[in-house]
Ligand binder design. Structure first.
Ligand code: NAP
Length: 446
């Protein structure tokens, strides 16, 4: 891979020269193994250790299909989906690969005894398959993680509705935590020029998800002045939701679990911050079977204290079972609860009287379509939204990086260097970087 890295680092390699680079038939990747899916049987969720299940090894380069691209990955990032994959919860991802493999001889490539994980990347296009005209070898790119086939009519209004919609690197193989990734060309987006490789790789999945969930008409359709309750406001999704609320003229009410995280969201510009450890709400009883509406009311009272008596227009939900009842309660009449996840449990319970009598809406949201991912990346490229990268690991340490996220020890996003030999490389627009350096550093300090 050294000759590929040299060509990228040179910065002025011509497209034709990139097209002529020899691509190795094996590459280094972070994988989980099919014959190990039962390795954590009987182990409590928290004790399942990604360092044991994630392997760094050489794997065979898959054949390049029509409409696809090989990308030399300079950097990637950890998403919660890599935690799920590595602890084989709530299901093993090999079921996804088997189902995808049954679709066609080409998708059969994905059904392997190993799964190359990862749903983000920043890197350089090495080669494109038949029918690709927009992207060329040598172009610096990031990739969004929506994989679609678009053969049925369902996905042609909103590609997230495609019957064969999958998350690349989670429900498909050949993901971004590797030296080379296989993507569909319609996953590619231009790399923001003022960012390093690791900064550029880190927003991808969570940034586009937060954009759809909060800003897009397919999600919360947020408007100026809205009060937005954001759980985990300095986390992967929350760090971007907080920025979108501030950038769009809304009032984020940010919930975090310690003072360090409170400081981070304040430094982003949030004024209303709640430390949930100090509040110590007990939404559920000890054995997690019954909720206490008095605790929902205590949250509601706290929100009104901060907002001068106003309730929440939009809740940015993802913790799930633990918080969902409270989220439905504190939303104002006619307001919206947008949900994209259930980190603490997917069997939600809420008092439906508060929903229907007050005409509230629950809106489900999942990743983003290409347009939404493009808009979210464009805002990063314009320097209006910033990466929230706090720490960057080497590819060899993907297991440790995933463990940090699993145990909620991280802040913002956790990056991973793939081919990039060190942090800080890949900035092409130094003038713009200079302009935004204070903000980038403020967000990098997360
Ligand atoms: P993350 O970086 O770990 O952030 C989640 C935050 O939630 C944590 O930092 C924590 O913040 C907060 N939290 C955890 N437990 C909580 C609880 N019991 N009560 C209140 N807050 C709690 O993860 P992420 O990347 O933002 O992802 C969050 C979830 O969304 C994951 O389940 C992920 O799989 C899912 N997701 C879904 C999509 C989609 O497209 N559907 C996309 C991205 C992510 P504090 O400790 O500061 O409160």
């Amino acid at each position: 891979m050294q000759h590929i890295l040299d060509a990228i680092m040179a910065g002025d390699t011509a497209a034709d020269d990139f097209a002529n680079l020899e691509i190795p038939d094996h590459y280094k990747a972070a994988t989980v193994h099919k014959d190990e899916v039962d390795m954590f049987e009987g182990v409590a969720s928290r004790d399942k250790d990604p360092r044991k299940s994630i392997h760094i090894e050489d794997v065979a380069l898959p054949e390049l299909g029509p409409g696809e691209a090989y990308v030399a990955v300079m950097a990637s990032a950890i998403n919660y989906n890599t935690v799920w994959t590595s602890i084989f919860e709530p299901v093993s991802t090999f079921g996804f690969l088997e189902r995808y493999g049954r679709l066609s001889p080409l998708t059969k490539r994905h059904d392997l005894p190993y799964h190359v994980v990862g749903s983000d990347l920043a890197g350089v296009v090495l080669k494109t398959g038949d029918g690709v005209t927009k992207w060329k070898p040598g172009q610096e790119v990031v990739a969004h993680c929506l994989s679609v086939e678009l053969e049925s009519p369902d996905g042609h209004d909103d590609t997230m509705m495609d019957t064969e919609q999958r998350i690349w690197g989670f429900e498909t193989n050949f993901g971004g935590l590797a030296h080379i990734a296989l993507v569909k060309a319609n996953q590619l987006l231009p790399k923001p020029d003022h960012l390093t490789w690791e900064e550029a790789a880190s927003p991808g999945l969570v940034n586009a998800t937060a954009y759809r969930q909060l800003v897009s008409k397919n999600g919360g359709n947020m408007k100026q002045g809205d009060n937005v309750l954001i759980w985990g406001a300095s986390g992967g999704l929350g760090g971007f939701a907080t920025q979108y609320a501030l950038n769009g003229g809304a009032n984020p009410i940010c919930v975090v679990s310690n003072e360090e995280k409170a400081k981070i969201v304040r430094s982003m510009g949030a004024e209303h911050v709640i430390n949930r450890s100090e509040e110590n709400w007990k939404f559920w009883n000890e054995d997690n079977t019954r909720q206490n509406p008095k605790e929902w009311q205590r949250l509601g009272k706290k929100i009104r204290e901060l907002t001068g008596g106003e309730d929440i227009d939009i809740v940015f939900e993802h913790p799930g079972r633990e918080t969902f009842g409270a989220s439905v309660y504190v939303t104002r009449k006619g307001g919206t609860i947008t949900t994209c996840a259930s980190t603490t449990g997917f069997m939600h319970e809420y008092d439906n009287r508060y929903l229907w009598m007050n005409l509230k809406r629950i809106v489900s949201s999942h990743f983003a379509n290409y347009r939404e991912a493009y808009e979210a990346n464009r805002l990063i490229a314009q320097g209006k939204i910033h990466p929230t990268l706090s720490r960057t690991y080497k590819l060899e340490d993907v297991g440790q990086a995933s463990l940090d996220v699993h145990h909620n020890l991280h802040q913002g996003k956790v990056g991973v260097l793939a081919l990039a030999p060190e942090e800080g490389l890949g900035v092409r627009d130094t003038e713009m970087r200079e302009k935004h350096l204070t903000e980038i550093n403020r967000f990098r300090g997360i």
